[in-house]
Design a protein around this ligand. Structure first.
Ligand code: ZN
Length: 328
């Protein structure tokens, strides 16, 4: 496995354990008693995304991002009849769903992230299949923002800095809607704008052998972060840890599990990641992948040109990307 400390953080921050969370996990950051300062109560995340419903109606919203025929990017709210209505304003600030129909020339990843934080080894069965120890703390790494890819656009197998071991990873992706810091677990989901599907495409050779013990190299090639096809607002998904999640490779369900197997659930991740660390609105969090990755198969199943990958998550939809060679 990758960097040893990731699985056994002996050098983890000072810990004065005082309790056990819902998942048997909790921590108390080292600080003098009485110095705990929580951020003031905040207003709810954007609530003008209520579609065309009655005022105050708490209907969820499905958000896409797209290019119009002039090449301009917009957000829009998907409607039950299959059309979409343009969202005016800033998705992370003041905005509203207009009555104007979106003319979608090309679908984009549903958000342009300000950073992509990822969690490794966050499903019990996946940690077991990789023979990794169950982590004591969330294993954090980052994906290069330039790796973002749109729904339907190809994932490129690197040929210049070549990889021969590229793998798929279906992941529930959380989009932070309000800038936050030191968020208590009980209020963590208040800061979520919504959820989408992600594929944490990973070159295992560069992740494990040639990356100096760091995972970022192998997970940050161009096109290695497909997101989409839509963002579903958090009011539609009150419990993000009760969703089926799958990867379908050329029609075969190679990963097929539930987000309830996460070692650190979404609320715990937000509490941890926001600890002493500002999470700006527009942060996306890849929350880890369940078992069934190509690397753990016998023999390993690496991605090949011509493959078609689909990440499917209950209540969100399907994110499909073909696989091609870089430069093809
Ligand atoms: Zn991953």
């Amino acid at each position: 496995m990758g960097e040893g400390g990731a699985q056994s953080p002996k050098d983890a921050p000072s810990r004065n354990r005082t309790g056990v969370g819902d998942l048997g996990y909790n921590w108390t950051p080292a600080r003098p008693a009485g110095s705990v300062r929580l951020p003031p109560p905040t207003s709810k995340p954007p609530c003008s995304l209520r579609g065309r419903g009655k005022p105050g109606e708490n209907a969820g919203v499905k958000i896409i991002r797209y290019l119009d025929r002039a090449g301009q990017a917009h957000h829009a709210s998907e409607q039950p009849d299959g059309s979409a209505l343009v969202i005016a304003g800033d998705l992370f600030g003041a905005h509203q769903v207009t009555a104007r129909r979106a003319e979608v020339a090309k679908l984009l990843a549903p958000v342009a992230p300000v950073q992509m934080i990822c969690i490794g080894l966050n499903y019990r069965r996946h940690a077991e299949e990789t023979k990794a120890k169950i982590p004591e703390f969330p294993v954090v790494f980052f994906k290069n923002l330039g790796a973002l890819q749109n729904p339907g656009d190809p994932v490129q197998l690197p040929t210049h800095l070549a990889s021969h071991e590229v793998d798929y990873e279906c992941e529930l992706v959380v989009v932070i809607g309000k800038t936050c810091k030191n968020v208590p677990r009980a209020r963590a989901l208040d800061f979520v704008l919504g959820y989408t599907c992600g594929n944490d495409v990973s070159a295992r050779d560069w992740q494990k052998q040639f990356g100096g013990g760091q995972w970022c190299r192998g997970k940050s090639f161009d096109t290695f972060a497909p997101l989409g096809p839509r963002l579903v607002t958090r009011d539609e998904i009150p419990n993000p840890n009760a969703l089926t999640i799958a990867t379908i490779l050329n029609g075969e369900r190679v990963q097929d599990w539930s987000t309830n197997d996460m070692i650190f659930d979404v609320s715990t991740l937000i509490e941890f990641l926001s600890g002493s660390t500002t999470l700006p609105a527009g942060t996306v969090i890849f929350t880890g992948t369940p078992h069934g990755v190509g690397m753990a198969r016998t023999p390993p199943r690496w991605l090949r040109p011509g493959d078609s990958m689909t990440v499917a998550i209950e209540q969100i939809g399907e994110l499909t990307n073909p696989v091609v060679l870089e430069g093809a």
